[in-house]
Design a protein around this ligand. Structure first.
Ligand SMILES: Cc1ncc(COP(=O)(O)O)c(C=O)c1O
Length: 375
């Protein structure tokens, strides 16, 4: 038996759409499939502006340009996140300021974030870790009080909600990831969400090499030229073809993942007696079942557990090395004080296989986990 950590599932429609792009010969960015993906996502997000990108990393890079973050500026970011967050801040010449996370959800800690604000703070980049939403109201109040922009890293969180409102709609801008490891995927891909209408036109320019190509295409200009910062942040229509087929099944996929998540959560309640901690998501937050994780009592327990599960053919895995502890983080960023929750969680966290179609293999994972962790 082998249970992989992740296994994306593609149905006949992905193939049908990809063949349709190939037959049309129009593989470049901005084609019909890209437009349909953008429209479908926008329809879930109060008709926000959506631009399909080649990754969430690109959507974060674009966000920082859009928020005019530059040298001399600081951007607050939870230390428990992916390296893209640190690098996108760095690519604007700004300094990442690492803050702690709170223990129940591993999302940004409001007290730690507040303590990190200085006159140089330009933006905050919270993450909806594992698809559980950070404290959106508290962070918005903090950001507005200090005139700081929120760049919402919703890479994990498509289809997650807080009080009925979709993740991706809480920041001035937001990013989704459609990387191979995410709930819906096109291999590599992402989306930039723009919730502030004043940023919409510029987002189109940054997306397309920093040119006014969109104005040219819509007949407002006779030619297009370099007008702003930007890059090739777009994705091919071939990528969008796969993505559209996945997006059309977004609710179905999210529901199944949530059911798998709930089964783990119920089955592992008994492990709390052994000092194991389960995630504890706040009321009003509806997650999308992106990650199921446990925090084991010690780092040594985690190492032993991963090895024991591997020997049973089951892939369970750790997650981020906190950015402030990495060579890059030490060189390019600074920490706002001690970050004990993130440091401890990162040593003890283990993620479980969760994917559409896992079916009865989940029984084997639960059985093996209970056997290995009932201390
Ligand atoms: C929190 C977070 N942000 C950003 C990214 C980057 O996503 P992408 O691979 O689409 O660039 C990831 C990747 O897993 C992530 O976990």
């Amino acid at each position: 038996m082998r249970v992989p950590f992740n296994r994306p599932k593609f149905a006949a429609r992905e193939t049908e759409y990809v063949l349709s792009v190939l037959r049309s010969g129009k593989l470049r960015a901005g084609g019909d499939f890209t437009q349909k993906c953008q429209d479908l996502i926008a329809s879930r997000l109060n008709n926000a502006t959506v631009l399909i990108t080649n990754s969430a990393t690109s959507a974060l890079d674009m966000s920082l340009i859009l928020c005019d973050v530059g040298p001399e500026d600081e951007v607050i970011v939870p230390t428990f996140t992916f390296v893209s967050c640190g690098n996108s801040i760095l690519s604007c010449g700004a300094t990442p300021v690492f803050v702690d996370v709170e223990p129940d959800t591993l999302n940004i800690d409001l007290v730690s974030a507040a303590s990190a604000i200085t006159p140089r703070t330009k933006a905050i980049m919270p993450v909806h870790y594992a698809g559980s939403c950070y404290a959106v109201t508290g962070l918005r109040e903090l950001a507005d009080k200090h005139r700081i922009r929120i760049i919402e890293d919703a890479s994990h969180a498509i289809a997650s909600k807080v009080n009925g409102k979709e993740a991706g709609t809480f920041g001035e801008t937001g990013a989704f990831s459609f990387h191979h490891s995410k709930n819906i995927t096109c291999g590599e891909g992402g989306a930039l969400i723009v919730n502030d209408d004043r940023l919409t036109d510029r987002a189109g320019v940054i997306h397309k090499y920093g040119t006014d190509y969109h104005a040219f295409r819509s007949g407002k200009k006779s030619h297009y030229e370099w007008t702003d910062r930007g890059s090739s942040f777009m994705a091919s229509d071939l990528t969008a073809a796969v993505l559209l087929a996945q997006l059309e099944r977004l609710d179905e996929i999210s529901n199944e993942r949530r059911a798998t998540w709930n089964r783990y959560h119920d089955a592992f309640e008994v492990l709390e007696r052994s000092g194991v901690t389960r995630p504890n998501y706040c009321t009003g937050s509806q997650h999308n079942g992106h990650i199921y994780y446990l925090l084991l009592p010690t780092a040594a327990d985690r190492t032993a557990f991963i090895a024991a599960m591997a020997s049973r053919g089951i892939e369970v895995t750790s997650h981020y090395v906190p950015l402030d502890l990495t060579p890059g983080g030490r060189k390019f960023g600074r920490s706002a004080g001690e970050l004990p929750v993130a440091h401890s969680a990162a040593e003890r966290l283990v993620r479980f296989p969760i994917w559409e179609g896992i079916g009865s293999l989940q029984d084997a994972v639960i059985e093996a986990t209970l056997a290995e962790l009932s201390f």
